[in-house]
Design a binder for this molecule. Structure first.
Ligand SMILES: Nc1nc2c(c(=O)[nH]1)N[C@H]1C(S)=C(S)[C@@H](COP(=O)(O)OP(=O)(O)OC[C@H]3O[C@@H](n4cnc5c(=O)[nH]c(N)nc54)[C@H](O)[C@@H]3O)O[C@H]1N2
Ligand SMILES: Nc1nc2c(c(=O)[nH]1)N[C@H]1C(S)=C(S)[C@@H](COP(=O)(O)OP(=O)(O)OC[C@H]3O[C@@H](n4cnc5c(=O)[nH]c(N)nc54)[C@H](O)[C@@H]3O)O[C@H]1N2
Ligand SMILES: [Mo]
Length: 661
């Protein structure tokens, strides 16, 4: 973004046309930073919760002293691993991720593995293609068939729609596969509203038709695909009738999708993150990927799998207990024992030592992680909690001390992305409010109070001046051959960038081929080597106690729990509601606007009903990100449960009932 600053205030935000992925500029959330940066709701000094539950300002000196003494006490009594360090997906950055360096100097800590967002899909992709990379975003314009599979790009990847539109103008067809008729679906030639959690069964049914009717690309398969014969035997059992029965689609719809795969090329499938929030979704995504592999739609312009792009994640890898801060590193001090998906339960279960202290930054786990009630309980059981944030979130409200966070205009950093291939600089352009310190400064002051060696601190974290930060970033960037000057001139393509992913048809899998059969699926995740289908663990049953499927997608006006507190956004999306098909509502004696109780054994939400004729009957939907204090935190209903691979969170394995409030 191009940002105009006047008198130390952000006054205008515009796009940067040289960024080919987002030439049209920021969405409403990006633009809302004009308000967000200077919002009167911002926390601008340390706050201490008193015995009456009210927060009052406290001086920095006392805040640091108090936190340091509580940390020292916990470390002396129970060991450093009694401290939980939790960081979420708020503002990323090379420097913003430096916190762990402090905790190592502290002597260690306990931290989380897995991720709320995308790991089942990442792992399914890695098992099949060897790595997570995709064609340049703008290459989508070359596709003749685009399948947005469980992805609502019109709201959650708005910039992608520009490239979808270009393809459609050039004659491409668009398929959307989603239980909801989303804004994205308005552009689609074919919308398949399948039963949630059954994408694997749809993909196998389509695979059946492609193989049966001779549409498999034998030449491509023979050289580049492993396990085709076994796959063919698997899909032989997935007649369109069986696939239709499981997915709740009609046989003709499955035929139609297969015909499109058979007759249109090149094909790009862009799967979403929402459909991989199930206990069977890693396997489902492998089955979906197989359709591209058997039709030779990999390694070509306009073709391929456009899930997530780790080309710019050159600085950090994806969290996983086996490759992220492995406990057997030389220091052996960081315990990676808490599943992000099961945060609350795992926090409560920790022993040797139990947890006493939590530090939360860049995340809001109380509304965003599964099973809110248990997460709240786990935080309340601790002896002391610190939250660093810009706003008084649900998680901050549970803290003993809340420290103000700088925003991204207030400290220089370098950032990557998870869709486009650019590395970018985010220069400091605004002085933070006088009592706001960036995390690096908070850590340095804490370090001094804890008696951590000055030299070690200085090596781990830059000093406060912009020069010191730039020197730190320059050193980190050196091994990638990138300079800050280059970044200052505009977005820079990642050194790993390739316009067409896998154009050399080399795959970093054990066999060097696209693996439809994966030994690692079995050895690492205990799953079938083939992408077989099994039902998600929690499945609503007609006539059962919890017959409705609860979906909690993202929405265009917020990023998860962020932005909803701003006036700009509230004008458009003021309050949470539950979307229901009128048939499901009326059979429960509910009309538009009535208040409904949405419940299961884990919790209860009470929300106004909105009719949505575009929703698959049997499904209800509440967008995630509303706050607990607004009565809209959807995760009071979800279960802390991992996906079948990758240690993701199976938010959408969620059966509920709705009744009149
Ligand atoms: N039921 C359900 N739950 C979901 C999802 C779902 O689809 N359904 N989606 C999941 C997904 S995909 C994700 S990614 C997660 C997101 O959940 P979280 O990772 O918790 O992210 P946010 O809700 O965006 O909250 C980020 C917080 O970081 C703060 N912040 C921003 N920048 C900074 C900074 O520089 N420093 C500090 N200290 N704080 C900062 C923000 O003010 C905000 O409070 O939610 C997950 N939860
Ligand atoms: N505006 C906005 N943009 C965002 C975010 C945001 O919060 N707001 N968050 C960002 C982040 S961190 C993420 S992870 C992405 C997520 O963005 P998306 O990938 O779009 O993911 P979701 O919104 O979780 O779900 C997408 C769609 O999947 C559908 N779906 C649910 N279950 C199933 C199923 O079983 N099968 C199929 N086929 N479809 C299903 C939902 O109805 C929904 O429309 O968006 C990113 N972009
Ligand atoms: Mo996410």
């Amino acid at each position: 973004m191009n940002v105009t600053v006047e008198n130390n205030r952000v006054v205008k935000i515009e796009g940067v046309p040289s960024n080919l992925a987002t030439p049209e500029g920021p969405c409403i959330k990006g633009l809302a930073y004009v308000e967000r940066a200077h919002s009167p709701q911002r926390i601008i000094r340390p706050m201490r919760r008193g015995p009456d539950g009210q927060f009052r300002p406290m001086a920095w000196e006392s805040a640091i002293e108090l936190i340091a003494s509580r940390l020292e006490e916990a470390r002396a009594r129970l060991g450093p691993q009694s401290v939980l360090y939790y960081s979420g997906s708020g503002t990323k950055g090379l420097l913003n991720a430096a916190g762990m360096a402090f905790w190592r100097l502290f002597g260690g800590c306990t931290t989380t593995y897995g991720d709320l967002c995308w790991p089942a899909g990442l792992e399914a992709t890695r098992l099949t293609l060897g790595e997570n990379t995709h064609n340049a975003p703008w290459d989508l314009a070359n596709a003749k068939l685009i399948v947005l599979w469980g992805k609502n790009s019109a709201e959650t990847n708005i910039h992608q729609m520009l490239h979808v539109d270009r393809a459609l103008e050039a004659g491409a067809k668009l398929v959307v596969i989603d239980p909801r008729r989303t804004e994205t679906a308005e552009r689609a030639d074919l919308l398949l509203q399948l039963r949630p959690g059954t994408d694997g069964a749809l993909a196998l049914g389509v695979g059946h038709l492609l193989v049966r009717d001779g549409h498999a690309d034998r030449a491509f398969i023979d050289t580049h695909v492993l396990g085709f014969d076994d796959y063919a035997a698997l899909v032989a059992e997935w007649t369109p009738e069986r696939s239709a029965e499981v997915t709740g689609l009609r046989v003709e719809q499955i035929n139609e999708l297969a015909m499109l795969f058979a007759t249109m090329a090149p094909v790009t499938v862009s799967p979403g993150f929402g459909m991989q929030r199930f206990t069977n979704s890693g396997q489902a995504m492998r089955a979906m990927l197989a359709l591209l592999a058997i039709t030779g739609n990999v390694g070509k312009p306009g073709a391929g799998w456009s899930y997530a792009n780790l080309q710019t994640q050159v600085f950090s890898h994806v969290k996983d207990p086996t490759d992220f801060y492995p406990p057997e590193t030389p220091d052996g001090i960081v315990r990676v024992s808490i599943s992000t998906a099961k945060l609350g339960r795992n926090m409560l279960a920790q022993q040797d030592p139990p947890l006493a202290f939590a530090w939360v930054e860049r995340g809001n786990p109380i509304p965003q992680n599964p099973e809110t009630r248990v997460v709240v309980e786990a935080f309340r059981r601790l002896e002391f909690r610190v939250v660093v944030d810009e706003f008084m979130t649900d998680t901050a409200r549970e803290a003993d001390v809340v420290l103000p966070a700088k925003n991204f205009f207030e400290q220089t950093d370098v950032i990557g992305a998870y869709w486009h291939p650019y590395l970018q600089i985010r220069p400091k352009i605004v002085e933070p409010p006088p009592e706001v310190k960036p995390e690096t400064e908070i850590y340095r002051e804490l370090g001094r109070h804890l008696g951590i060696d000055e030299e070690k601190l200085a090596a781990a974290l830059p000093g406060p001046s912009n020069e010191s930060i730039e020197a730190w970033l320059t050193a980190k960037l050196e091994k990638f051959g990138i300079t800050l000057d280059q970044l200052r001139r505009g977005p820079v393509l990642s050194p790993d960038f390739r316009e067409v992913a896998f154009d050399d048809l080399r795959f970093a899998t054990p066999s060097g081929r696209i693996e439809l059969r994966s030994e690692e699926a079995r050895t690492r995740w205990g799953l079938d080597e083939l992408p077989t289908f099994r039902e998600a663990e929690e499945r609503p049953k007609r006539g059962g106690r919890f017959p409705l499927h609860m979906l909690t997608p993202n929405t265009k006006n917020r990023i998860h729990s962020q932005f909803g507190n701003l006036e700009t956004i509230r004008r458009m999306a003021p309050e949470p509601y539950v979307a229901m098909h009128p048939a499901d509502a009326r059979s429960r004696n509910l009309s538009e606007g009535d208040r409904a109780r949405i419940w299961n054994e884990r919790g209860l939400l009470t929300l106004p009903v909105r009719f949505d004729y575009g929703l698959r009957p049997g499904c209800i939907s509440v967008t995630n990100g509303f706050w607990l204090v607004e009565g809209g935190a959807v995760n009071v209903l979800s279960m802390g449960r991992e996906t079948d691979m990758g240690y993701g969170a199976a938010f959408h394995d969620n059966a509920v009932e709705v009744s009149r409030a």
